[in-house]
Design a binder for this molecule. Structure first.
Ligand code: IMP
Ligand code: MG
Length: 190
C-alpha cells in the first residue's frame, strides 16, 4: 500500500469561501431578477451554485447544463441541456472554475444558439495563468494561482468534490493515485 501524499495546502477555508460568496452575491444581485434563468454547470458548479442561490435577493429560475468529461481528441458535447426555453431570456451562467477557457467557450456558444437576450458569466474560481482561449467572464469570485485545486465542487476522478474547503493538489501524485489525499480528506471513512 502506497504511503499517503503529504497534506495538500488549503487555499480557501470554509469561512473565506463564505466571504467570497457574499461578495459575489452582492455584485450579482443587481443583475438577477425573478425572470433571470440561472444556469449552473454540473457537476462542478453544484455546491457553488446552491450556496450562491441562497444569498440572492430575487427568486430566479434555476436550470443546469453539463458537458461530457473532457477526453483528448474527442469533441465537446453537452450531456444535459437546460429544460427552460432560453429564447429572449436573461441568463446567468454559473461555473466552478475557468482553466483553459475551452469548456466555458463551448457552453456559451451552445447557450447563445438558443437566442437569449443576454448571457452573463460568473466563475467562482479563475486560473488566468492556465488560459488557452480568451473568454469573457463578467464576475469572478477569486483568482487561484495554483495549477490544480480540489474541493468545494472540484474533483479529481470523482474524489474530493464534497470537501468543504479548497486545496491545492499535486496533479502528478493524483494521476498516479486519485485516492492519495483520501485519509486527509475523509479520515477513517476514506
Ligand atoms: P477548462 O475548460 O480548461 O476551462 O476547464 C473547465 C473545467 O475543467 C471545469 O469546469 C472543471 O470541471 C475542470 N477543472 C479545471 N480546472 C480544475 C481544477 O483545478 N480542479 C478540478 N477541476 C478542474
Ligand atoms: Mg472534473
Amino acid at each position: 500500500v502506497a504511503a499517503d501524499a503529504p497534506e495538500p495546502l488549503v487555499v480557501l477555508d470554509h469561512s473565506r469561501l463564505g466571504e467570497v460568496l457574499d461578495t459575489l452575491a452582492t455584485a450579482l444581485d443587481p443583475h438577477v431578477d425573478d425572470d433571470t434563468v440561472v444556469v449552473i454547470t454540473l457537476p462542478g458548479g453544484l455546491i457553488f451554485g446552491s450556496d450562491l442561490l441562497r444569498r440572492l435577493g430575487a427568486s430566479p429560475v434555476v436550470d443546469f447544463v453539463a458537458t461530457a468529461p473532457y477526453r483528448p481528441g474527442s469533441t465537446a458535447s453537452l450531456v444535459h441541456r437546460p429544460a427552460t426555453p432560453l429564447e429572449g431570456a436573461k441568463v446567468l451562467l454559473l461555473t466552478d472554475v475557468i482553466d483553459t477557457g475551452l469548456s466555458l467557450t463551448y457552453v456559451l456558444g451552445e447557450l447563445e444558439r438558443a437566442g437569449p437576450s443576454e448571457v452573463r458569466t460568473c466563475a467562482l474560481f479563475d486560473k488566468p495563468h492556465r488560459r488557452l482561449v480568451p473568454v469573457r467572464i463578467d464576475h469572478v469570485g477569486v483568482a487561484v494561482e495554483h495549477d490544480f485545486v480540489v474541493g468545494y465542487g472540484l474533483d479529481f476522478g470523482g474524489w474530493y468534490r464534497n470537501l468543504p474547503v479548497v486545496a491545492a493538489a499535486d496533479l502528478e501524485r493524483l494521476s498516479a493515485d486519485p485516492t492519495c489525499y483520501r485519509h486527509w480528506a475523509y479520515g477513517n471513512r476514506g
